[in-house]
Design a protein. Structure first.
Length: 110
């Protein structure tokens, strides 16, 4: 597949998230579209690798998102955990902004 429309730029607040479900080659993919404190958009798996809960419900700080359940933080650029209890990264996806359209390719994780 190729990049697909995830949302509009204005749908994602600064230091905020938007949960979307996109269609991947092997079925639906839950994605958190995140705008960091500098205004840059990121797409990261919405499912925490530790607690299997929605990351889009977590708090955004700098260029990371915190899992609301157990407090693990994930780097929005790499998906790597920044501290315990999570030890496995979560997928991150390429984001393209075309005018107001935010496009994400869930079949080409970074």
């Amino acid at each position: 597949m190729t990049a697909q429309l995830a949302c509009l730029d204005e749908d994602v607040p600064v230091a905020g998230t938007l949960r979307v479900e996109l269609e991947g080659e092997s079925g639906p993919v839950e994605v958190a579209i995140v705008r960091d404190e500098d205004g840059e958009l990121h797409a990261i798996s919405d499912i925490c690798s530790h607690g299997a809960v929605s990351l889009s419900d977590g708090e955004v700080e700098d260029c990371s998102i915190e899992c609301w359940l157990h407090g693990s933080r994930f780097d929005l650029r790499t998906g790597k955990p920044l501290g315990p209890p999570a030890v496995r990264p979560v997928p991150v996806y390429p984001v393209t902004v075309d005018g107001q359209r935010v496009l994400v390719d869930v079949d080409a994780p970074l």
